[in-house]
Design a protein around this ligand. Structure first.
Ligand SMILES: [Zn+2]
Length: 183
């Protein structure tokens, strides 16, 4: 969640904090000797977190925010692991604002929700509001794309009903419910 990509050319390793006391970051590849001091890592993270704040503060409408978060992920790609928390935050925003009724955005919505759910599988297994929201948004996208069968829909219903957070997602939950009856 906090790993950076190693900037050494040709290295596919990650820079992780090796020692909390000295705050030295080292590459995970044993043959790579790349290190970074904590202050440099902090600067990079301030830059990216500032970029995220600017998108939500300055973007006037949903379309601008979508472009902003997509560009943010592009900019971050060479530097941050795809599951870095800054990228996860951007993906969570995108999962909320992509328009599932547009086929092109439904594709992107499905991809971003699958990436988020893979992260939650590791970090936050079980029922949670974030997981329920990502599951419902993925289901909406799959309905738009015609990429879900009745059995899978029933599984989603069952999962969402077991979630304590159903109250928060009730409006979109209705869409899934009517889709089940439409089969
Ligand atoms: Zn390296």
């Amino acid at each position: 969640m906090s790993a950076l990509k190693c900037p050494t050319e040709g290295c596919n390793g990650l820079l992780t904090q090796r020692d909390i006391k000295t705050n030295i970051w080292c590459c995970t590849e044993s043959e790579c000797s790349r290190t970074a001091v904590g202050a440099a890592v902090d600067n990079l993270l301030s830059y990216f977190m500032g970029g995220l704040d600017a998108i939500s503060a300055e973007s006037g409408n949903v379309r601008e925010r979508i472009i902003g978060y997509e560009e943010f992920l592009e900019t971050a790609r060479p530097y941050l692991h795809e599951n870095h928390y800054a990228c996860v935050i951007a993906k969570r925003f995108l999962s909320q604002i992509y328009d599932e009724s547009s086929p092109a955005e439904a594709e992107k919505l499905a991809a971003v929700c699958r990436q988020l759910l893979a992260v939650f599988d590791v970090l936050d297994p079980g029922l949670s509001q974030t997981r329920a929201l990502a599951t419902v948004r993925l289901t909406e996208a799959r309905l738009m794309l015609g990429d879900i069968n009745q059995e899978e829909l029933s599984e989603v219903m069952e999962f969402v009903c077991r979630s304590d957070y159903i109250i928060f997602i009730y409006p979109i939950f209705g869409v899934i419910k009517s889709a089940i009856y439409a089969f």
